[in-house]
Design a protein around this ligand. Structure first.
Ligand code: ASP
Length: 339
């Protein structure tokens, strides 16, 4: 059976071609994809493409656009065997993390990719990223898709999407998954790390689009002042905060800091602790500087990336859980986003 793959073009550098007369970059017409990239004919897949009406630089992405991508997937879920989402690399990890939570019981591959250079550039990384992403979306084993999760393919590696973060604005190797092994490495052969793959519960596929955006991501720094911090936490309508703390989840023990947090929790604001470090995990209670955080009910974000922590916060706030359930569910791995 030839796999049917749906390509969803949202924008970003990957979909640009250089007009060699003017030197300007313009959007590529994905309707004529096979004419422009004849190599795609050699893939053993049927490829269809849909595109955002106006392709976006990913700095303009937001949860409403995440929902549009989900709608393409939901509409085509029975018809297609896999989905490849072409997206600007700048906020790709946020969108891909968002989709990992929005698509519950996903049993088909949703593979995000993009590129550092436009598809029409002579030295482009777009072709390899696109061709291999499509190939991976079509991979099957025992009549089932090999990948059954939201993943991100970039520069010879496939990662679990909600473990990734953009690490370079210069190198072709633009992404990393600091706390989880790549799912696959593409060399002469495709080396799949089967044990690392997520296997969904055999339940009905569900799409969640009710995301709550009234949240903040606050990175602590030595010298952050009381006035500013208290103002941020007392903003009208604030529902959740992801706090990037030091090391294994540590923060100042200054009484004003702890009482601002305590007060916010009392007002029903969910506060999650993640670390500013690239690798390693929050372990509240390890040092004196995190004992109080644990006591007052700060949620442990473990080794989640900021992108995954923000997306999970938006998703879970939309699930209308009570504070206790919210903490328990947040601290549980829902889509392999924490360990
Ligand atoms: N600024 C672009 C974007 O994120 C960069 C890229 O596509 O890689 O849309």
């Amino acid at each position: 059976m030839t796999p049917n793959i749906l390509l969803i073009y949202t924008g970003g550098t990957i979909g640009m071609v250089k007009d060699y007369d003017t030197g300007a970059l313009r959007s590529f017409n994905f309707d004529n994809l096979l004419l422009k990239i004849p190599e795609l004919r050699h893939l053993d897949c049927e490829i269809s493409a849909v595109s955002f009406e106006t392709p976006l630089d990913s700095s303009n992405m937001n949860p409403e656009f995440w929902t549009q991508i989900c709608e393409f997937i939901q509409e085509g879920y029975d018809r297609y065997d896999g989905f490849v989402v072409l997206h600007g690399s700048d906020t790709m990890s946020y969108t891909a993390s968002g989709l990992s939570f929005m698509l519950e019981n996903l049993a088909k591959p949703v593979i995000f990719t993009g590129s550092q250079l436009p598809i029409g550039d002579l030295r482009t990384d777009a072709k390899e990223n696109l061709i291999t992403a499509i190939q991976l979306a079509g991979l099957r084993k025992r009549n089932r898709p090999m990948i059954q999760e939201v993943a991100l393919y970039f520069e010879y590696k496939l990662y679990r999407a909600n473990r990734t973060t953009k690490i370079s604005a210069e190198q072709f190797e633009a992404f990393d998954s600091p706390n989880y092994l790549p799912l696959l490495t593409s060399g002469v052969h495709l080396q799949i790390n089967e044990e690392a793959l997520l296997r969904p519960a055999k339940r009905v596929f569900k799409v969640h689009t009710n995301l709550v955006k009234d949240i903040m991501l606050i990175k602590l720094f030595p010298g952050m002042c009381q006035n500013v911090f208290e103002h941020m936490l007392s903003l009208d309508g604030l529902k959740g905060v992801v706090l990037e703390t030091y090391g294994s989840g540590n923060a100042t023990t200054a009484p004003w800091f702890i009482s601002a947090l305590k007060d916010a929790i009392k007002r029903g604001i969910s506060i999650v602790n993640i670390t500013q470090c690239n690798t390693g995990s929050v372990k509240m209670g390890n040092y004196e500087t995190s004992v109080e955080l644990k006591k007052i009910g700060i949620i442990n974000g473990g080794n989640m990336t900021p992108e995954a922590a923000v997306a999970k916060m938006m998703y879970l706030l939309g699930q209308q859980l009570g504070p206790k359930a919210f903490k328990t569910v947040y601290e549980t791995s829902l889509r392999g986003e924490l360990s």
